[in-house]
Design a protein around this ligand. Sequence first.
Ligand SMILES: Cc1cc2nc3c(=O)[nH]c(=O)nc-3n(C[C@H](O)[C@H](O)[C@H](O)COP(=O)(O)OP(=O)(O)OC[C@H]3O[C@@H](n4cnc5c(N)ncnc54)[C@H](O)[C@@H]3O)c2cc1C
Length: 493
Amino acid sequence: MRQESTDVIVVAAGLGGLAAAISAAENGARVIAFEKSSTTGGAANMGMGPLGVGSRFQRSLMISITPGEAFRKHMHFTHWKADPRLVREYYFKSGSTIDWLEDMGVEFLAVSKVYPVPESQRAYATSEETWHVVKPLDGSTQFGPRMATAMIKTMTQRATDLGVDLILNTPVRSLITGDGAVVGVVAEDAQGEKIEARGKAVVLSTGGAGDNPAMIKEYTGYEWGKDFFSFRVPGMDGDGLKMAWAAGAAKTDIVQEMIYLIPDNLNPNNFIIGGAFGQPCLWVNSRAERFMNEDTLANLTFCGNAIAGQPGKFAFSIFDSALLKKYRQNGPDIASHVYPHDCWDHLNAAIDGALAEGYKHVFRADTLEELAEQMGLEPDALSRTVEEYNGYCDGGWDELFEKNHAYLQPISKPPFYACRYFPAAYGTLGGLRINYKAEVLDDDLNPIPGLYAAGLDACTIYGDSYPFILPGNTMGFTLNTGRIAGENAALLY
Ligand SMILES: Cc1cc2nc3c(=O)[nH]c(=O)nc-3n(C[C@H](O)[C@H](O)[C@H](O)COP(=O)(O)OP(=O)(O)OC[C@H]3O[C@@H](n4cnc5c(N)ncnc54)[C@H](O)[C@@H]3O)c2cc1C
């Protein structure tokens, strides 16, 4: 077994690990970061940018939300079921963290409520302007997934310049404890050689358990592939949670960073389909009953929660060819920052392709009866619901859920289209409880000496649902807890 000695050991070089490693090194510590995969950045490579409140960039754009306002909104949204001191530290540091990133070379393209479309089409229309969307390295200004890779590249370079020993392809297997403190880790390199690294502090940021179906089932109740189709970013196996629990850390609830998706959503045909049906048309559950005012689907989290509450935990979006024509000609009722804005032009071809591949979650028929049969619904029940709904459209008033009347458009012109959505998530949240210094707490809420955590492993501040009102929140929490952990861990040596 190889022996290493340092000041601060960081478990993983994802977003939280990089922030912790950089801040510990900036505060004078020698740092080793062990990363399981062949690259840095973890799931953050797929995203667009972090929250900040009170950044220089925001102020230059005359955006006036203050950390205190963000703190109060967050605590109200979570019914004060979050640690107020930790939440306070996070928001009050978050503006300076954006400045810190800029100072190391990260550039931001915009601070967005969510993304730039007309107000009437904006998803999350009620959210604050906190989402700092990263400017891609190629200078492009097109909003879309993976913009945050530019931030990861710059942070990785900064860590390297500061002398952080970044060791890739080397998962940490366990923590070493002694006299009630965490004093090191055992890692394993690509050749299978064990490395015992000892230091004054260990920071965990292993990104949750989003790629571990057994843990998802045990801790959240969802069965991946049956009633749940989240992103499974490789490597997010819950390693940090299991290692910290074994060292005496308290177990917290684990929740999902909830959205809704169709199965296998990254398949090119399915990506078009998933984008096209995410509209406030007619949504029903497996009993052909409406279950929400469909404008709710502008909020991915709330809509995911609503679908998760239905029998079988799935729901259908239905529209007719008149609505399809309208989406093609006038654009969507609610625009997305992820899906192509012309997906309706390609919908029939995508459905043909998906059906040819045997895809079971999209449907098209010339009559409502045939559509219901394909969907596995009772045809009379669907006819009753459509008849009632079309009556609301004729009258201009949704008597059941008071949906925004701008979206009351009847389902009457064949062919008819439908698609089945399930609850999904970006990843899991929580498992470890940290205090405002990012120290990991035991069951008595005392810090475990030498152990710190950041990011999704420690993200217990949302209550039961992602706080879309302050977007960019998981990267924001991750960066700031990583930074706090690194600063405090560096104080120990
Ligand atoms: C499609 C998508 C889009 C997103 N967009 C946004 C967005 O725009 N804004 C936002 O705020 N959030 C976004 N997120 C969420 C964001 O990616 C996470 O908040 C963030 O990456 C969490 O950081 P982390 O350090 O906890 O985990 P990660 O960044 O995922 O890093 C975890 C790292 O741990 C490593 N690891 C795991 N186990 C071990 C081990 N035993 N030893 C060593 N290394 C290990 C992994 O390989 C990985 O590199 C998005 C997520 C997804 C999936």
